[in-house]
Design a protein around this ligand. Sequence first.
Ligand SMILES: [Zn+2]
Length: 128
Amino acid sequence: MDKRQHRMICPGCRTESWVRREPQYEGFRKTGERLSCAACGHRFESEAEIPYAGRQAPRVFREEDKPRPLQVFQDSERGHTCRYCGHYVVNPFVQRCGLHFREVQATDTCDDFSPKPAEPETGGETKP
Ligand SMILES: [Zn+2]
């Protein structure tokens, strides 16, 4: 008798269990194995149906839990971010606002925003 025990996540009781194998006989001829969940008795028609642990990633994440792609700036928001402001000064050490003389982040927004003059739009993010 096959004593191998395969851990699997049973679709019947949804717990980590293992497969119980009982040889099936037709008369004296072994015709196969009866596969079932050791915990709840859920029947598997074939080896292929058994969701062995490890073969299939546990469904920790549901579809709605998936991280969403980072939200891109809305146009209105982007319009007031320091990055696109004419007062925005960036050097290798600090980003600051030339109007308020304070340190800013590229993603800060400002009420005194004035668009950068004649800076060609590259369209891509350029990292310093
Ligand atoms: Zn089960």
